[in-house]
Design a protein around this ligand. Structure first.
Ligand SMILES: Nc1ncnc2c1ncn2[C@@H]1O[C@H](COP(=O)(O)OP(=O)(O)OP(=O)(O)O)[C@@H](O)[C@H]1O
Ligand SMILES: O=C(O)[C@H](O)CO
Length: 545
């Protein structure tokens, strides 16, 4: 994660925008780009740590009644807090405020530089909103200001913060954090309650290798798996087998204390045992699963002796299966929550809004063809020219199968489009993959947007305006300062008129440079780090001209 932040400079500088409280701006006076920005903001706002934690956790500090969804817990100054993940700083700050003096002690492991980054993100945002107000221009992203204010721990907090795992890799600092968390958990009694805050990036922030495996060996093995294309499910199966705290290990360490885990999902399908390698979830993988994975990536022959030793004794592990009867695991935020909020906002803006899929995972080139074709077919359906699209619909179905969009009901979507009378918003989310080639600067959201922009040129000439936006909810798309980008069918023409050759930028994985140059960067989503992460949001807006 970058520790330097810029919040919306390009957008605020280059165009007067109509943002601010939805009530004060009529939806018809907003451009498509302004509406798309607002929907992205709503999606991210719904999964910011504050709103997320407050939705599921309430504490009556007088009576000591803590409620997590429909479960009640009696507190009596007996709560301990452990947290690890990229979004955990803000989650911990809000949890500490709610728990008040029922919180005895806390330890969190968060990415290096995150406290300074969040502080400066909040300050930048407030300054920019202030400048907009002085110039009487409605500010972009302003509902985020109070959400940023509550993301930092108070002075004299009871929570000890460890920053580590630079570049999402386990290191000495995160190892130290894991030791502190393990020590705290092991010291708890049946009278105590351990509140565990978990988000993406938690695996690297909680390394506890089982000896004789060393941190370096574990680091090297996970890196080798990652570069060979192992999925997060495969990676975390191996991590669990080699760790004291993953795969239910933290729950085991805290026994007999009650454990309540609040989990922000960054994995498609929200599998509890995969997110951050499931430290409070019983693991049902065995050594055979690990050996299959290591064989698949041709790593069996090069395994360090220590790894072989740990794997060979795993099935006869005297610790036995982790006892998780004392644990409540609950997902508090996910891509679906973000999309549902964007859907609500789109409906309020007058759109018929549909969620296409929350499990988008395929390759961006294939996904861009899908979205480009969908835009064309959708416009023909909306224009009551249904009969003309049979071939395209078959192609769409094939692409959906290739992309494994298992939750997409294409027939229903097309029927809804056929019957729709006005503007339509199509939403989807997940985490597609990019094959990086060349030395350019980009991210999967910007690359997807660029490719979709090209594919959408077939929509030019219709009576419908179209826009596609792709943004990472964490505010950082790959190693760039943008969260993503938005495009319209005119992209190729605009690029050509500015002498930008799209094919050359794509061949060099240079989508960020492309968008920085195109029209002074107005297509970039420069949100700055958001302090949350539920993968990516894709949205397509179609509105009659
Ligand atoms: N030049 C590039 N063009 C396109 N994509 C890139 C480029 N460089 C890196 N990427 C992609 O960026 C991704 C890594 O970025 P990022 O830090 O946003 O990771 P992430 O997996 O989204 O992490 P997190 O789970 O925290 O969101 C990888 O999928 C990689 O393929
Ligand atoms: O930390 C991890 O394991 C990944 O971010 C998936 O949750």
């Amino acid at each position: 994660m970058a520790s330097t932040l810029r919040v919306l400079p390009g957008f605020a500088r280059t165009r007067p925008v109509l943002w601010g409280s939805p009530a004060s701006w009529s939806s018809s006076s907003m451009t498509l780009a302004e509406q798309a920005w607002q929907l992205f903001e709503c999606a991210v706002g719904a999964v910011m740590p504050g709103p997320m934690i407050r939705r599921v956790l309430t504490v009556d500090t007088e009576t000591g009644q803590m409620k997590v969804r429909d479960r009640n817990f009696q507190l009596h100054h007996n709560v301990y807090l452990a947290g690890f993940g990229k979004a955990v700083l803000g989650m911990a700050a809000v949890a500490e405020e709610l728990l008040s003096d029922h919180l005895v002690q806390g330890v969190i492991s968060v990415p290096k530089g995150i406290q300074a980054a969040m502080e400066s993100a909040g300050l930048n945002l407030e300054m920019r909103v202030g400048r907009c107000q002085e110039r009487k221009v409605p500010p972009v992203w302003d509902p985020m200001v109070p959400l940023f204010r509550e993301m930092l721990l108070m002075p004299h907090s009871h929570i000890q913060v460890f920053e580590g795992a630079k570049n999402n890799l386990p290191d000495r600092d995160s190892l130290q954090a894991a030791v502190a968390i393990q020590d705290m958990a092991e010291g708890l009694s049946a009278d105590d309650l351990l509140l565990v805050l978990i988000s993406g990036g938690g695996s690297a922030l909680l390394p506890a290798p089982i000896p004789p495996v060393t941190l370096e060996e574990k680091h090297l093995l996970t890196k080798m798996l990652a570069v060979r294309g192992a999925t997060i499910q495969e990676l975390n199966t191996i991590r669990k087998a080699l760790s004291h705290l993953k795969g239910g290990g933290l729950a085991r360490a805290a026994y007999p204390a009650q454990v309540v885990s609040l989990i922000l999902s960054d994995v498609v399908g929200d599998p509890l045992d995969v997110i951050a390698s499931g430290p409070t979830v019983a693991s049902d993988h065995n050594v055979q699963d690990c050996l299959h994975i290591l064989t698949r990536y041709d790593l069996r022959g090069t395994l360090p002796r220590s790894v072989k030793t740990v794997l060979s004794r795993a099935d006869s592990d005297p610790r036995g299966p982790p006892c998780c009867g004392h644990v409540l695991n609950t997902i508090i935020g996910s891509n679906s929550v973000a999309l549902a909020e964007a859907q609500r906002r789109a409906e309020a803006l007058g759109y018929q809004a549909l969620i296409l899929s929350t499990v988008v995972q395929g390759e961006v080139g294939c996904l861009a063809r899908f979205y480009g074709l969908l835009a064309q077919v959708a416009i023909l359906h909306l224009s009551s020219r249904v009969g003309t699209t049979k071939k395209e619909e078959e192609e769409l179905q094939k692409l959906a199968e290739e992309l494994q969009l298992t939750d997409l009901k294409l027939g229903d979507v097309l029927k809804t489009l056929e019957e729709a009378k006005g503007p339509v918003c199509l939403l989807a989310g997940g985490e597609p993959v990019v094959k990086v080639q060349g030395l350019g600067k980009g991210g999967r959201n910007q690359e997807l947007a660029l490719r979709v922009g090209v594919e959408m040129s077939g929509c030019i000439g219709s009576n419908w305006e179209a826009l596609f936006l792709s943004g990472g909810t964490d505010g950082q798309d790959g190693p760039t300062e943008a969260a993503g980008a938005w495009v319209t069918p005119g992209l190729s023409t605009e690029a050509e008129s500015e002498g930008l050759d799209v094919a050359t930028f794509l061949a060099n994985s240079d989508s960020n440079t492309f968008f920085q140059r195109l029209q002074g960067g107005i297509h970039l989503l420069n949100t700055g780090l958001t302090g949350t992460n539920v993968m990516d949001v894709h949205l397509m807006l179609l509105r009659p001209c």
